[in-house]
Design a protein around this ligand. Structure first.
Ligand code: ZN
Length: 465
């Protein structure tokens, strides 16, 4: 303790600036050199974890694991188990989930826990909240990754202009989209965070005043703002627009580029520390593989070759030593590119994220049983209608309701949407349920899930699989 809070935050940021230099060097490495680094860091992580984490120590002795450890020998960790064994998994015995929850209930800004930890939680859109703890050094790495994202967009820290970055994100300091800018707001950039849960009129008013150079937000929110601009209420001209947290459709990307003449980037990130982002070529998001390992696997946890769609991913963080994240299940269904990117970065690319496996709907099949309907099928049908700003598929016991946020004056699309979706479901072997299409002009309450929009909602118990 002792040191003033601001000074410690500055130390964290100074460390981040040094880490950023190292991260940038990795961008010029060959794939082989990067893989050597991953191997070295993984060995350090697994050695540390098997000594310091009671959970992994016990596992190691029970299965008589010995050095050198192989990642594939470690168990796959789902969110539920991860939280159940939280107290045993962490490597600092002072960290106890019950006490962290008490701390979380009172966090209002960038406070440290026990003078050295920052605590985050996930939005819990998949029903299970997780708690993630970073020590100060680990947080500096998060900050450095955030600076890498800024520099991949063409923004350099310490530049005289100090570009104004406005993020419309979660309103909670327990979420990294809010916490990272907050912790870094000591001079490198000019950061502003507006809550995605605020009424749109208020956001428009604040954006008009702020005039962001970079605008970041959930794509569903960016879609709304483009409409506000087109309708003459919003007057901004961001040079860079970045989406993340939800899929960014081709249509929306085109609109953002056309309306603001800005460069558009898609960013992927999880609270556990996985980050990926597009390079200028815009042909997939490069995974920051110097900070983590991603395994794309099928439903049975078998590896899926690059170029094919996986059922989920397993993420191992190479920098989280306080709270090890090892083969941690993330329900995003991804395709990784089989070929390296022509930009020269050694990091593999996520070509597509086709929703989350918990967004898969199970509908009755024409030949009995159930058919798994992947979110991408709804996406395919609805994305072809340019006038649909946003959609939500609500699955009820005997019907499917499509709630479409629709730009007025674009004719009647209800019939053609219904027709195309019926055809699509038929081609998938589904006994077609009744489909209701509802056109809406305003959004529902976004306060759930920390401002994130959920495209697929099921009100049916999907226990049978
Ligand atoms: Zn690239």
């Amino acid at each position: 303790m002792g040191k003033p809070h601001r000074l410690r935050r500055l130390e964290d940021l100074a460390r981040a600036v040094a880490y950023r230099q190292a991260l940038i060097r990795h961008e010029y490495w060959s794939r082989t050199k990067l893989e050597e680094l991953q191997k070295r860091r993984l060995a350090e992580l697994l050695n540390w974890t098997t000594q310091r984490s009671p959970f992994y120590r016990e596992l190691c002795s029970r299965f008589r694991m010995s050095k050198p450890y192989a990642l594939q020998d470690f168990p796959i960790m789902n969110k539920k188990t991860y939280m159940e064994y939280f107290d045993e998994i962490v490597t600092d015995p002072r960290l106890r989930l019950s006490q962290l929850k008490e701390h979380m209930a009172h966090v209002a800004g960038d406070e440290y826990y026990l003078g050295e930890y920052r605590v985050l939680t996930t939005a819990g859109s998949s029903g299970q909240k997780t708690v993630i703890v970073f020590n100060r050094k680990e947080w500096s790495i998060q900050e450095a990754a955030s600076m890498r994202i800024a520099s991949m967009m063409g923004v350099i820290p310490f530049s005289t202009r100090r570009p104004k970055i406005v993020t419309i994100g979660s309103p909670s300091p327990l979420h990294d989209s809010y916490r990272l800018p907050l912790s870094m707001d000591i001079g490198l950039y000019r950061y502003h965070v507006l809550p995605a849960t605020a009424p749109i009129d208020e956001l428009v008013q604040r954006l008009n005043l702020l005039q962001p150079y970079i605008l970041r937000g959930f794509p569903s929110m960016l879609g709304l703002l483009v409409t506000e601009q087109l309708q003459g209420r919003l007057h901004i001209s961001p040079c860079i627009v970045a989406g993340g947290g939800e899929p960014l459709s081709k249509e929306l990307r085109k609109q953002l580029q056309a309306v603001w003449q800005s460069s558009v980037f898609d960013i992927y990130g999880t609270q556990e520390g996985l980050r990926a982002m597009e390079c200028n070529l815009g042909e997939g998001m490069h995974i920051f593989e110097d900070l983590g390992i991603v395994e794309v696997v099928d439903e049975d946890n078998c590896p899926v070759p690059d170029g094919n769609l996986g059922h989920k991913i397993l993420f191992t963080s190479l920098f989280s030593f306080t709270q090890p994240v090892i083969r941690y299940e993330i329900s995003d269904m991804m395709v990784l590119a089989a070929e390296p990117c022509s930009c020269g970065l050694p990091f593999r690319r996520i070509l597509a994220i086709n929703g989350r496996n918990d967004d898969v709907l199970y509908l009755p099949g024409r030949k009995g049983g159930q058919v798994a309907v992947h979110p991408v099928h709804f996406w395919d049908v609805l994305e072809s209608f340019a006038s649909i700003r946003q959609y939500q598929v609500v699955h009820e016991a005997d019907s499917i309701c499509l709630r479409l946020m629709f730009e007025k004056g674009n004719g009647d699309i209800v019939c053609s949407v219904r027709e195309q979706l019926t055809q699509k479901l038929h081609s998938l072997g589904v006994r077609c349920p009744s489909i209701h299409v509802e056109l809406v002009t305003t959004l529902e309450d976004r306060s759930r899930n920390m401002g994130k929009w959920k495209n697929i909602v099921s009100n049916v118990n999907q226990a049978v699989r």
